[in-house]
Design a binder for this molecule. Structure first.
Ligand code: ATP
Ligand code: ZN
Length: 292
């Protein structure tokens, strides 16, 4: 049997089962990596690259990457920041977006950072929480809990909590008010600082480039439209295109087809202005990947 250490494949740590799992696997598949059924195994071989995935708890990922057991890892910035491991952060991936916030019982007497002095704060992130208050010179008692932190005030284990928040609904449901956001988080791709073979370095470079293309594509839309020839100049002014649009004559006299890429953030605005400029049959398509 193959042991973990005998492989030369690029080994990537991914959360085994949790909020980041599907999004990370979708990203890896979206950049062209193919895998066998990954739900059943701890170590999953990539079918078309010299890559394997190690599926583990997210809390273990920074340490595995620091120690070189894994070369890369996909993990929340909150975990990377908490653990303070010696790893390189390659890039943020804008999913798993959340914040670590201090929350207090509604109508309680804690309103600002200074009010936490002498109070008990329950959290799964004692490192970040302690560092926040140390920096402010405020003395607090941090109680480490591994889960269900939000019920600690009701159980009178703590006066406040410091927990991950995305919508804030869990806090509300537990009678808590979000008071101070102390850390903004998203998923990060991290890399080991242990020396890597030339082959692995090249593969990492390729993966990074593909991720960049995939992320750019997610933020853009391909649009196609028909327009009268005389509108082309006006339409060109409206489109904040990466490159000049493709303009093709149509069989219909005086009409052209225009194809281009627009940033998703400007899409609706552009769409409305194009209609005003005489464009018809405007079609928008998602883009799978975009290489500069
Ligand atoms: P594991 O079993 O792997 O230890 P977990 O319970 O610690 O799982 P999840 O709840 O799956 O972890 O969260 C994984 C990551 O998702 C968090 O570390 C954080 O980066 C991100 N995340 C995004 N939104 C939230 C949220 N509302 N609550 C908790 N985590 C969130
Ligand atoms: Zn965890």
């Amino acid at each position: 049997m193959r042991t973990l250490d005998s492989t030369t494949s690029l080994r990537i740590a991914v959360q085994k089962s949790g909020r980041l799992t599907d999004k990370t696997l979708n990203l890896l598949e979206g950049i062209g990596l193919k895998f066998d059924d990954y739900k059943r195994s701890l170590l999953v071989k990539c079918l078309n690259f010299d890559v394997e995935l190690l599926l583990i708890r997210d809390d273990d990922i920074p340490e595995y990457v620091q120690d070189g057991v894994c070369d890369l890892g996909f993990v929340g910035a909150n975990v990377v920041e908490e653990d303070q491991m010696d790893v390189e952060i390659l890039r943020g991936l804008n999913y798993g977006v959340c914040r670590l916030s201090l929350a207090v019982p509604k109508d309680g007497d804690i309103k600002k950072p200074e009010d936490f002095a002498g109070k008990k704060i329950a959290t799964s992130y004692p490192g970040i929480t302690k560092r926040y208050f140390e920096k402010k010179g405020i003395d607090v008692k941090v109680i480490t809990l591994s889960g269900s932190v939000e019920i600690a005030p009701r159980l009178e284990i703590a006066d406040a909590i410091c927990d991950l928040v995305s919508t804030g609904n869990t806090l509300k449901a537990n009678g808590l008010d979000e008071l101070i956001n102390i850390f903004d988080s998203e998923t990060q791709l991290i890399k080991t600082n242990k020396p890597l073979s030339e082959g692995k370095q090249q593969l990492i470079e390729k993966i990074l480039q593909r991720i960049e293309g995939y992320q750019k594509a997610g933020k853009s839309r391909y649009i196609m439209m028909n327009a009268p020839q005389e509108s082309v100049e006006r339409i060109k002014e409206i489109i904040p295109s990466l490159k000049s649009p493709t303009v093709m004559p149509l069989a219909d006299n005086g009409m052209v087809a225009i194809h281009t890429v627009v940033p998703l953030s400007t899409f609706w605005d552009v769409m409305e202005r194009l209609k005003e400029a005489g464009a018809t049959g405007i079609v928008m398509l998602p883009i799978e990947s975009m290489i500069a």
